[in-house]
Design a protein around this ligand. Structure first.
Ligand SMILES: [Zn+2]
Length: 213
């Protein structure tokens, strides 16, 4: 089932079932209005638009971390940074996998809400990035080095946020651009999969982080 981009009619059956093009799957539709259009999927049923959202989300996360950490690095003095470092160390030493999981969940679950979730997540992300920049000052290293380290060691956690942010962006886009049924359809048939994947990745990230401590 797909919606004609010209007249917004829902077309149920593709003209050809589908054909494969590497990892891509293409479905072709013919609308009663005469318009022919295609739908592109990757790895089975993931739409190409969602893949774009994943890519944009990842770049947004990395870009924000990079930029804000750099700003903090330029602003904070060594003495201030050392104080923050001591406070952070005390907090970090008490952490367990489950407390890390709950913390990260509390800091990002609101991404389930389109728009509002984006703003809240943006604030959390900038806050984290700021702390990375401050730690870079305390450790007298480049903020980019710490951001890179955080991305490598926290790759599962980063992927979790990427998936959830992408789902948020995708839903927000559908709400603006498509009829209401499409948003409902996305929520009931696919969004929960993203949420499940987010939970699994976040949990994996927490377990890995506890081991690294
Ligand atoms: Zn049409």
């Amino acid at each position: 089932m797909a919606r004609c981009p010209r007249c917004e009619t829902e077309v149920v059956d593709p003209t050809k079932d589908y054909w494969k093009y590497g990892v891509f799957k293409v479905k072709m539709y013919e609308c009663p209005c005469g318009n022919q259009f295609r739908e592109y999927f990757i790895f089975g049923s993931v739409t190409i638009e969602f893949v774009w959202c994943l890519l944009v989300s990842f770049l947004l996360i990395v870009g924000s971390l990079w930029f804000v950490a750099d700003q903090a690095h330029r602003t904070v003095t060594l003495e201030e940074a050392r104080q923050v470092q001591i406070a952070l160390k005390a907090r970090m030493s008490e952490r367990t996998a489950s407390s890390i999981f709950v913390n990260n969940l509390a800091a990002s679950w609101f991404l389930v809400a389109p728009y509002v979730g984006l703003i809240l997540f943006g604030v959390t992300l900038c806050n984290t990035a700021w702390h990375i920049g401050v730690l870079a000052v305390a450790q007298q290293t480049a903020p980019q080095t710490l951001v890179a380290k955080a991305l490598v060691f926290g790759f599962a956690e980063t992927l979790a946020y990427t998936v959830m942010l992408a789902e948020n962006l995708y839903l927000s886009w559908i709400i603006v651009k498509k009829p209401r049924e499409d948003a409902t359809a996305r929520l009931t048939s696919h969004s929960w999969k993203s949420f499940l994947l987010y939970l699994v990745l976040l949990f994996l990230g927490a377990v890995l982080e506890e081991r690294a401590l």
